[in-house]
Design a protein around this ligand. Structure first.
Ligand code: ACM
Length: 494
């Protein structure tokens, strides 16, 4: 049976299968454009992904012209209309040509090459071949510029190795943003040198007495680098003015009364607030955001802004005025949860919608919107009543729920042009380890990948459902602890 081309997730813009196949020969090589270190690095990434299962040497060598038996990566002569992340892939019986105007596009195309090979290619030990790709022509570019996932490392702490694993899995499905929810009432997870007790003391706890922890600045910079190698931008969040008990507990002087509350390991929200009557608070915000801006190569700082139930409306306005000025002074763009639309927003500030709010008003004034509606994208919601952990305040979210909506027409008054993209948060009140995280994320994250990347035209649940089934063995090869959702006809070998 000839392999088919239409099993890729997210679905490419256009695929034309030609019904034959290319088999990687024993002396297969990855050929990269000469004098292009970034392209060579992407070639090495592909080789490293394919070597363990194929057992092939797959040397990466420089060469300008296509050669038999190679996978050729190049940014030369690629159609500029493909944009920042688009690519063209030609699989012929004698070899593969991947062309993109930008290296990011090559990196996205490399994920497509992986997915066109048999699922066993994802295993980390040698598996039986043959290693064939279906022939054809594929042209692909994303629908939205922001295709994100958020990990709450505050309620439970996830060590660097977990975050790297998550980045690897996100890259496989062409995500380009990892939003890290670094601080909350239950824990402060990033070292701040000018306020060392934030991490040392405020990072010592997690929900229900689970182990605390934090990232040193060196570890965070390493994560940002690891993400950048996968063309993923880290968006760090310092949640303020509420969700700040860990900070308030670390420094008495941040509290209006000058007294530090106890550390907190419950799961209530909205009870803490920064004190807007103190100059110290603004110095704290400037120090924290300044250090984080210096460590963060990406253009965004997320300032939270959600559920500030203990902050007066006047104080909330003060907070928003100050925080936007501070973030701007450090050369970054503000992102905040939907509640920030209650305050005047400076040009460029982005709004992340999660529940009913004033996002449409912000969009009408030109602010870009990130869509994270809880009933569709909150992957900490249970799949159904039998899901062993997770929450259900926004309802159960089946794979079909996560898939069957249109980000370009979801909020009245927020059309396609106002939407930067979609993001799937994973809040971790009930998620102590990454194995549980994977169970909640997969396979729903593949639906989010599809919404963010693929064209809306031609999208149907039935077609996605059958394509998703092909990813069961892939996820298994990658060692992912995914939920065998009963909506999907998984292959019997799973
Ligand atoms: C949120 O779920 N509090 C943004």
């Amino acid at each position: 049976m000839s392999p088919v081309m239409n099993t890729v997730i997210p679905r490419p813009s256009s695929v034309l299968g030609t019904g034959r196949s290319f088999e990687l020969p024993a002396d297969a090589r990855i050929l990269v454009q000469p004098n292009a270190p970034e392209v060579a690095q992407i070639g090495e990434f592909l080789a490293a992904a394919l070597r363990p299962a194929t057992g092939l040497a797959l040397p990466v060598t420089a060469g300008a012209a296509q050669e038999r038996g190679t996978i050729h990566l190049t940014t030369a002569a690629a159609d500029p209309a493909l944009g920042a992340e688009g690519y063209e892939l030609l699989v012929a019986p004698h070899g593969v040509l991947l062309a993109a105007p930008r290296p990011a596009g090559l990196f996205r195309g490399v994920q497509t090459i992986r997915q066109l090979l048999p699922a066993a290619v994802e295993r980390r030990t040698v598996a039986p071949g043959p290693w064939t790709l279906p022939t054809g022509v594929l042209r692909d570019a994303p629908r939205f510029a922001w295709r994100g996932a958020m990990l709450d490392v505050a309620r439970h702490f996830f060590p660097v190795a977990d975050v790297k694993r998550y980045l690897d899995l996100l890259a496989y499905y062409k995500f380009n943003v990892l939003h890290l929810h670094l601080t909350d009432d239950q824990g402060w997870r990033i070292e701040i040198k000018s306020w060392p007790r934030l991490a040392e003391y405020g990072g010592s706890t997690a929900v229900d007495g689970a182990p605390g922890g934090y990232y040193t600045q060196e570890q965070y910079a390493d994560l940002a680098r690891y993400a950048a190698e996968r063309y993923i931008t880290i968006v760090p969040e310092i949640d303020m003015p509420s969700h700040t008990n860990a900070a308030l507990a670390s420094y008495a002087l941040l509290n209006c009364e000058g007294e530090a509350p106890a550390l907190y390991t419950g799961t209530a929200v909205g009870f803490s607030t920064l004190c807007m009557g103190k100059e110290t608070t603004f110095r704290f915000m400037d120090d924290v955001l300044g250090e984080l801006a210096a460590l963060t190569p990406g253009p965004y700082l997320h300032i939270g802004g959600d559920e500030a139930d203990s902050t007066s409306p006047e104080d909330y306005q003060t907070f928003m005025r100050q925080v936007q000025a501070i973030v701007q002074s450090h050369g970054k763009t503000v992102v905040g949860w939907g509640e920030i639309a209650q305050a005047p927003l400076t040009p460029g500030t982005m709004v992340q919608h999660w529940r009913q709010d004033l996002t449409p008003q912000a969009a009408a004034s030109g602010h870009k919107v990130i869509l994270s509606p809880a009933g569709k994208t909150y992957l900490d919601m249970k799949y159904d009543e039998a899901t062993p952990f997770g929450l259900s305040w926004a309802g159960y979210v089946t794979v079909q729920d996560a898939f069957a909506w249109n980000p370009g027409a979801y909020l009245a008054g927020v059309g396609e042009d106002a939407v930067a993209g979609v993001e799937a948060p994973l809040w971790t009140e009930t998620i102590p380890t990454f194995a549980e995280a994977e169970f909640m994320l997969f396979p729903r994250l593949l639906a989010v990948a599809e919404l963010g990347w693929s064209p809306a035209a031609g999208r149907t649940w039935d077609e996605f459902r059958s394509r998703l089934a092909h990813h069961g063995p892939r996820l298994e090869g990658l060692g992912v602890n995914f939920f065998r959702a009963p909506e999907i006809d998984w292959p019997e070998t799973l």
